[in-house]
Design a binder for this molecule. Structure first.
Ligand SMILES: [Cu+2]
Length: 201
């Protein structure tokens, strides 16, 4: 019994502390949700103009996807796991969209223009849904696209003189006006993911 007593005294204190935390947290959420100035511009700042070329060597800019909701994903063809599995999942989403896939766009922008030439991209993309376009360009143009989408990419040298790329692997959902909506969730069935995209048509 002597052990029980202090505990009983502590719980109300802990309870009061947690309530205090809840109030503070609630206030933060409220302010974040209503000020707009704190979060709004950060979201609006994802995306923007880019001038690249696709796997056919055809110039592609942000203007080409205007009027369509589109998905943007940054990666590289030498990627061992994340990129191919993401592109596979996006291919499945495109299949579920059926005819509507023509009214959307999926852009796979390389973070490794040194190795990802249009010819390399063309070969690589033949494994995936044909609605997806892979983009590359000169390093400065790619860098500008990375900056526009706030994508981090870093070359990691390997022992044998080869290298790998560390990179942001977010799929961005952009609306018809080229505005960032949200990260696109692929941790759901392709059917459900296709429905999400369909809402922005
Ligand atoms: Cu990757």
């Amino acid at each position: 019994m002597s052990e029980q007593l202090p505990r009983k005294r502590i719980w109300p204190v802990v309870g009061a502390f947690l309530c205090g935390l809840a109030v503070v947290f609630g206030a933060i959420v409220y302010i974040a949700g209503h000020s707009g100035s704190a979060i709004g511009p950060a979201i609006a700042a994802v995306g923007g103009p880019f001038h690249l070329e696709d796997q056919e060597g055809k110039p592609v800019s942000d203007q080409d996807v205007k009027g369509k909701p589109f998905l943007v994903f940054f990666g590289y063809t030498h990627c061992p796991d994340v990129c191919p599995s993401t592109l596979f999942e996006l291919s499945e989403v495109m299949k579920w969209l059926g005819k509507d896939a023509d009214r959307t766009g999926v852009l796979f922008i390389t973070v490794d223009p040194e190795r990802d030439t249009p010819a390399v991209l063309k070969d690589y993309m033949s494994s995936f849904d044909p609605h997806m376009r892979a983009l590359t360009g000169d390093p400065a143009a790619v860098e500008a696209a990375l900056k526009a989408y706030r994508v981090y990419a870093k070359k990691i040298p390997l022992k044998d003189g080869d290298y790998t790329m560390d990179h942001t692997a977010v799929v961005y959902l952009m609306d018809k006006d080229g505005r960032f909506v949200a990260p696109f969730n692929l941790k759901q069935t392709p059917e459900a993911a296709a429905e999400v995209l369909r809402r922005y048509l």
